[in-house]
Structure formats: structure tokens, C-alpha cells
Design a binder for this molecule. Structure first.
Ligand code: ZN
Length: 344
């Protein structure tokens, strides 16, 4: 058992939760950090009933579950004095948090077995990369025939209120399930606690079926800088901290991260894709970014921003819902969970 001894990173992470950004904290004396942490913990307390997470680390450990299905432990960590694991079902792409001591690693899953699973083949396929700057890498539409479309909503950091009508219109669709993939950034969560809690509440009460997609913690962006040196390709960005920090924030709020990642600005390169593969995260692009005038066809992955920065896209989505109301009602069109975009 690894003792509960918060590292400086741990302290930094907790203190940025509500107070300031990590880049600023690096130069702050430890005593000040300690004071901020105490204040933050007091303020954070009700949200952390799920237990703080320590020693969060990426692993890749395929195993057979009790039913003989291939699962992969992709993260290990400590919470409430116990060793925990974040696991992925290699067939369904569903994630779960379980007691790490219940995993039987004694029966080895041969590489030729796990490598052929839908999850591992998608992971390798979509992180293969190419030289130079890459835009919109990853899955952009369903791999097989999909009688529906996939809604992805980005919540990049924003000072504006979120687009509640985007969510309420989706909830109002004449469908049994309302799947929505939300690509969320840590800074958006920090600045929009009430809105974040509202979405989480809609998910808990099954009015929305949310897949939480990793959109990085701080979503680096500087206006006027070429894409090659912007977003996660900016100088000094710690890719792993950006990806893992967001997951910890979700888990500490009682939510499960999915194995999906959306690059800020849809911008990546070979190195970023290599990091993504090492973290077992599959990139998700889009072939129907509504605000850019791309309307969805069968199997499309729709992209719209719900952070108040893209009113045009939200309006187009709501108009799309209105135009297709009959199709939704009579089963000719549906929203599908992102996991179903992958061929099995
Ligand atoms: Zn973004």
C-alpha cells in the first residue's frame, strides 16, 4: 500500500481546483500553497465525498474478468486507503473503477489476443500519426453502418455561461436514451461549478447519458500563434499532466472518464499521438462541425461548442432537431453513444 502522502504535484493540483492556475503556483512558496490548500479543501469538501485520489498513474494491464472477457487496467491509484484501477472493457469501450485487488492478473492475456480487441485496434489505428501538423485526427464518423449520429459537445475554458438550451433541447428529444459525449476541460469545470453539477445531475437521473471525453485540463490556447506552436503543442505543456489531471478531477467528482480524447483546436502531431497511445486514449475528431457549415449525414460525429462561445453552432443543432423531429420520433434517426461508432 502506498501511504497517503500528498506530493507537491498533488498539492498543486488541489490548490488549482478553485484558486489559481498551475503555472502561477510553481513560483509560490510552500507555506502559501499550504494555506491555499487548506482554504480549498474547506471550500471543496462537499464535492469530494468520493475521496481524494493519490498516486494516479497510467498502466496497461490486460486481464480476463470472471466471465472470461478481456478488460484492460489503464490507470492505478489510491483512494480512501484502497488500491483502485480504472479499467476499459476491450469490446464495449466502457470504463469502470474497481478495487485493484480483485483483478486476476495471473492468467496472461497474450498480445495477439488483446491486440485484436476492438479497443486496442482502434487505439493503434487512430494514433498511428503522420509527419507534420495534423488537424481533426481520430475517428470522425462511424466505422460501420450506423442508423444515427453522434453528438459531441466541447466545453473549452470560457468566461461565458454555458448553452443550457443545447442540453435541454437534447433532453427534450423524443428518444428513450439521450447519449451525448461531452469533451470537457478542467478549467471549464473550475469556472462553472454550478453548470457542471447541473449536467452531472441530469446524467445521474438518466435524463442524459453522458460519455465524458477528455479535452485536457487547461486547454492551452494563445490567439495569433500558429497551430504548430499552439494548443497542446505549445512550448512547456506537460501532455500527461493535462490528460491525467482532467481524469482525476472527474473521478473526484464521482464521474467516470471514458477512453476518448479530443485535442484542443483539433490540433495534434505525431508526438502528441504517441503520448495519447501511451495513455490508452483514442482521439475523436468530427465530420460535422456545425458552426463551420458541415451538416450531419448518417454516422456523422457532430461537433458543437456548448460553452457560450459558438451560438451559431448551437442554433444549427436546435434547428436540426426541429427539422428532424419526425425522423427522431419514428425511429429513422437517433443519437448514438460514441462507443457505438467503433466497428466490433
Ligand atoms: Zn476546445
Amino acid at each position: 500500500m502506498v501511504p497517503f502522502r500528498p506530493s507537491l504535484n498533488r498539492l498543486l493540483k488541489k490548490s488549482i481546483c478553485f484558486v489559481v492556475r498551475p503555472a502561477l503556483l510553481v513560483r509560490v512558496p510552500r507555506a502559501v500553497i499550504a494555506a491555499i490548500v487548506i482554504a480549498s479543501v474547506l471550500r471543496c469538501a462537499p464535492l469530494e465525498a468520493n475521496g481524494l485520489i493519490f498516486n494516479y498513474r497510467p498502466v496497461f494491464k490486460p486481464y480476463y474478468d470472471a466471465a472470461g472477457a478481456v478488460k484492460i487496467a489503464v490507470r492505478e491509484f489510491e483512494r480512501n486507503g484502497a488500491s483502485r484501477a480504472l479499467i476499459v472493457d476491450a469490446d464495449s469501450f466502457q470504463t469502470g473503477e474497481i478495487d485493484a485487488s480483485t483483478i486476476a492478473f495471473n492468467r496472461e492475456v497474450e498480445k495477439e489476443v488483446w491486440r485484436k480487441t476492438p479497443f486496442a485496434s482502434a487505439l493503434y489505428r487512430y494514433t498511428a500519426g503522420q509527419d507534420g501538423l495534423i488537424h481533426n485526427d481520430g475517428i470522425i464518423r462511424a466505422e460501420g453502418a450506423a442508423p444515427g449520429v453522434f453528438l459531441t459537445v466541447d466545453l473549452c475554458p470560457s468566461k461565458r455561461n454555458f448553452d443550457r438550451n443545447l442540453f435541454t433541447s437534447t433532453i427534450g428529444l423524443p428518444l428513450k436514451d439521450k447519449p451525448i459525449a461531452i469533451a470537457v476541460s478542467g478549467l471549464w469545470i473550475e469556472r462553472h461549478r454550478d453548470e457542471f453539477n447541473w449536467i452531472a445531475g441530469e446524467a445521474r437521473s438518466n435524463r442524459l447519458s453522458v460519455t465524458w471525453v477528455n479535452h485536457s485540463y487547461s486547454h492551452p490556447y494563445r490567439k495569433g500563434i500558429p497551430d504548430e506552436k499552439n494548443f497542446l503543442l505549445s512550448k512547456g505543456v506537460d501532455f500527461d499532466k493535462e490528460a491525467l489531471g482532467l481524469e482525476v478531477l472527474l473521478l473526484e467528482n464521482g464521474l467516470l472518464p471514458s477512453p476518448f480524447f479530443r485535442f484542443p483546436g483539433l490540433v495534434s502531431d505525431r508526438r502528441a499521438l504517441e503520448r495519447l497511445r501511451a495513455l490508452s486514449l483514442i482521439p475523436v475528431g468530427a465530420d460535422a462541425w456545425l458552426a463551420k457549415g458541415r451538416m450531419p449525414g448518417p454516422g456523422s460525429i457532430i461537433l458543437v461548442h456548448g460553452n457560450g462561445n459558438e451560438k451559431r453552432g448551437v442554433k444549427k443543432l436546435i434547428n436540426f432537431y426541429k427539422e428532424k423531429k419526425g425522423d427522431f420520433k419514428e425511429g429513422r434517426l437517433t443519437l448514438k453513444p460514441l462507443q457505438d461508432a467503433f466497428a466490433r
